[in-house]
Design a protein around this ligand. Sequence first.
Ligand SMILES: [Zn+2]
Length: 353
Amino acid sequence: MTWTTATSVIPVRLIDASLSAGVRLDVTWPAIWAGGVVTSLLFFGSIVAHEAAHTVVAVRTGIPVRSIRLFIFGGLAEMGREPDRPGQEFLITVVGPLTSAALGGLFLALGDQLDAASIPAVTARWLGEMNLALAVFNMLPGFPLDGGRILRSIVWAVTGDVVRGTRVASFVGSALGAALMAFGLIQFLLLGGAVQSLWTGVIGWFLWSAARGGYRDAILRQQLHRYRVRDLVRPETGAVPGDGSVQEFIERGLYHDRFGLRPVLDSAGKLIGMLEGDDVRDVPLEERLYTVLRDIARPVDLMAVVAPDDQLSVVIDKAYETDRRLFFVVEEGRVLGTVDTVDVVNTLRARKR
Ligand SMILES: [Zn+2]
């Protein structure tokens, strides 16, 4: 998306600049388009730098970052979890706009050093303005923009209540989005700039829906954050002894109940592997009496295991990734029980009322 904006804007801006400067740009169209492509890359790089700043501080303060997504007017670093303290959120957030502002200043200074009517000068100025615009736009105080996160961290710090902070910042975000949409409409009706007003409307709509969606998501994440796996652990483990025979396993009908996967324990009760119903059925009939479960167990699947101190968001994340419903709660090699994704969902539902 950033690509198309920059490549289509640059040539127009170049002509604009040459006209307003009263000079004729002595360049060819291929040169203009080449300049457009280079500028697009630099603009793309600027957004990546903004997101990288968030990411570096997040990782340094102990928050894993899963991915970085890029949008029309910025990016989004997807954090593994929400910050624990308002100061942490403030720091992670503020470095993004600061990076854009610094890049903006650098590009503008660079543009001043170059021959005003040259392609490098025009593109440097454009990049400078775009980076500054990026910094300003992202500092608008509506969640989920950076400014909204900063507002949230301030309300959070003052009231000690992260939910209230999220509520305030999301409200401002929705209001900003609605105001932009209204402004787009007025722009269209009074000034008739169809493309410009549509653009304003689209950004407004994006902000409005992101504020609403971001609010729901943030509240959900905070609730997930509040509980630990230990709060929801059920005592049944489905564990089987490693020295039990395959024959016995089958006779007890253990391969077709709700445990698709079972922990296998050694004689001291420690987890040594896991077993699926199919692993047992694959053992030839004549060998079932003499084959012990330990010998056919597969290695412990870490995606099926959670720790008692894990946040519930870990369960949800693993459930999304594996399509699994039951997870084994394991501490120091011992299976304490299971946690059921349905219990997690019900807990959140109960809290909402
Ligand atoms: Zn940002």
